[in-house]
Design a protein around this ligand. Structure first.
Ligand SMILES: O=P(O)(O)OC[C@@]1(O)O[C@H](CO)[C@@H](O)[C@@H]1O
Length: 314
């Protein structure tokens, strides 16, 4: 089973407008409301692709009720830890003409220490039978610094590989706590490590003990870095669509392959890049297009000399 933990879930609200104009008033068809947050998206994609998953997260307040109802209707197996703090919302506005998406993520409210302890206990209870633990997304402001390291430690102590997708100082904490796989994007990697060269930044995480860094590069695809391998995968032409959740689809691919015992970075990179690209073709985060198999065939793989890789990821 793949166990996903989302420390800061969100009710994802998505609207589509013809053209987003800063300061303008827009009319849109009814928006979509979906239980989201990165770990939820990972679970949705893996579940839709036939994997055995369980999504663990918190829910609170009226937004939390809507979140729980939508998640229940989705059919994705889940366990919800009730908290007093209101579940946050994340707003995505898709600009149809430019194919751009603007996102506003509410920061989220911090559950109490006993509520965090209940989340951790839920994870520990579900670890027997778990083949991969995924911890994905931000943590609410004020959350204990020890939260991510504790989640990683319980997984590692149970012999379960842990895939982490987070940002800011939590990324370095995750590496130090023994995360097996990290999946930052280029900006998150620079922000956390202070190193502008993406390969050197990824290698600094490997030096802290991480086995594999999957670095998402947006339209330029994805990079897999291990202590001995460096592989770059991309499509010839970037795809237009909604990139929200593309990274989560890549994490889902990695989790599914890790659960099957696959450790080959190239095989993982191929699937992760194809699922990320296939996510761009669907309107909502948490889905991938069935075209992923075709996209996987079209990927262009290269083995860059680290010294020749571009220095500025922006
Ligand atoms: O604030 P975070 O946790 O970094 O990101 C939250 C979020 O924007 O990420 C997902 C897309 O990756 C959305 O479903 C979700 O609401």
């Amino acid at each position: 089973m793949i166990l996903t933990v989302t420390p800061n879930p969100a009710l994802d609200l998505t609207w589509r407008v013809d053209r987003l104009i800063e300061g303008g008033t827009h009319r849109a068809d009814a928006g979509a409301a979906r239980a989201g947050g990165k770990g939820l998206n990972v679970a949705r994609v893996a579940h839709a692709e036939g994997a055995d998953v369980l999504a663990i997260t918190t829910t609170g307040g009226r937004v939390g009720q809507e979140f729980a109802a939508e998640l229940g209707a989705s059919g994705v197996p889940h366990a919800l830890v009730p908290v007093v703090a209101e579940t946050r919302r994340s707003i995505a506005v898709v600009d149809e003409s430019l194919g751009d998406t603007t996102i506003i993520n509410e920061r989220g409210s911090n559950p109490t220490d006993p509520e965090w302890a209940a989340l951790l206990a839920e994870v520990v209870e579900r670890l027997p039978g778990t083949r991969v633990l995924v911890v994905s997304g931000s943590v609410p402001p004020g959350a204990p610094d020890s939260l991510l390291p504790m989640l990683i430690a319980v997984g590692r102590d149970a012999g379960v590989p842990v895939i982490v997708d987070t940002s800011g100082p939590a990324l370095l904490r995750a590496a130090d706590a023994g995360a097996t796989v990290l999946k930052p994007n280029a900006a998150e990697l620079v922000e956390a490590t202070g190193i502008t060269d993406p390969v050197a930044g990824a290698r600094s995480l490997i030096a802290r003990g991480t086995e594999l860094v999957l670095l998402s590069l947006g339209a330029e695809g994805m990079l897999a870095v291990t202590a001995s391998a460096l592989v770059h995968a991309r499509l010839d032409e970037p795809l237009a669509g909604n990139p929200t959740g593309a990274g989560d689809a890549g994490v889902a691919a990695c989790a599914v392959l890790y659960a099957e015992g696959v450790r080959d970075p190239e095989q993982i990179l191929r699937r992760a890049t194809a699922w990320s690209a296939a996510a761009v073709l669907t309107p909502l985060a948490g889905d991938i297009s069935p075209r992923w198999t075709e996209l996987e065939q079209q990927l262009f793989l290269s083995y860059p000399d680290p010294a020749s890789f571009r220095k500025d990821p922006s």
